[in-house]
Design a protein around this ligand. Structure first.
Ligand SMILES: Nc1ncnc2c1ncn2[C@@H]1O[C@H](COP(=O)(O)OP(=O)(O)OP(=O)(O)O)[C@@H](O)[C@H]1O
Ligand SMILES: [Mg+2]
Length: 257
């Protein structure tokens, strides 16, 4: 079915931050650095399955989950992106894909034909499993034996799998993957994510023994100059992070500042 004008403009806006040929060199390089660090932190895992999440809504999880998947596929590795935000899915909007079937179709047992439902070669070497229809019971579906089976099967087939999820301080979905995947990459957005939120998310993560693979800091200050003289707006950092309890520290740089 043809997309409406509103759908098209929403997906155009969302694609603004998605890696493409026109993405500034500095940003592409920053994603390559993030990719390298991620490859190192996954070295000891058999199936390389990465959950991408953040503390709060709208911090850039979905955009950066897609960008990490694109950056990884550019190395020639086979990559699968799963939209497991079964509450507010957007991967199909960013990628202009149909979403009548997807993850929820498989988890609900409506179909077990993964190869029929997955979108193949959305980018070279990158397949995408969209969310499918929004179900009434996302957490239950993510916890299900069908999800275990799916992770086992795709883990054998792909070199890397990236899973987009909702924020951990809002719903439990991302942490339901603890113990079933290699770990979580947390998106942290400058002037948006607060220390209090990070602290709360880390406490939740540690209660489920989630492995934190790293933090990807996005939306950094505008106007920095590169050696090329190119002015770029967004800078991306990927840091290994040793958890520190911030609950007693100064929060003056928090969102309101
Ligand atoms: N680096 C960035 N700088 C500024 N805006 C961004 C950046 N990355 C994404 N955005 C924009 O922020 C909005 C939220 O992005 P995105 O959907 O990726 O976040 P999210 O954390 O997945 O949100 P949700 O919690 O609703 O799932 C989108 O409009 C997106 O285009
Ligand atoms: Mg999202």
């Amino acid at each position: 079915m043809a997309k409406s004008k509103a759908e098209k403009s929403s997906s155009t806006a969302r694609r603004e931050f998605v890696l493409s040929e026109t993405t500034p060199f500095a940003i592409k390089e920053a994603y390559k650095t993030a990719r390298t660090n991620l490859v190192f932190s996954l070295a000891s895992s058999d199936a390389k399955i990465v959950v991408v999440s953040s503390c709060a809504p709208s911090e850039g999880k979905s955009t950066n989950c897609l960008n990490l998947a694109i950056a990884m596929a550019e190395t020639g590795a086979s990559v699968l992106l799963i939209d497991s935000d079964l509450r507010k899915p957007v991967q199909h909007t960013m990628l202009l894909l149909e979403n009548k079937t997807g993850l929820s179709t498989l988890l609900a047992g409506i179909s077990d034909d993964f190869s029929e439902i997955v979108n193949k070669d959305v980018y070279p070497k990158l397949d995408v499993l969209t969310s499918g229809s929004i179900p009434p019971n996302p957490a239950e579906l993510i916890q299900s034996a069908r999800m275990d089976k799916l992770l086992e099967n795709v883990g054998k087939h792909y070199d890397y799998i990236f899973i987009d999820t909702p924020p951990v301080n809002v719903v439990t979905d991302a942490l339901l993957y603890s113990g079933r995947v290699s770990g979580i990459v947390f998106i942290v957005r400058e002037n948006h994510t607060t220390h209090v939120e990070i602290n709360e998310a880390m406490k939740k993560a540690s209660m489920t023994n989630a492995k934190i693979l790293g933090f990807l800091k996005v939306g950094c200050s505008a106007g920095e100059k590169m050696g090329t003289g190119y002015k770029y707006k967004y800078k991306y950092k990927y840091n290994y992070y040793k958890y520190k309890d911030y609950s007693t520290t100064d929060h003056s740089d928090a969102r309101s500042s």
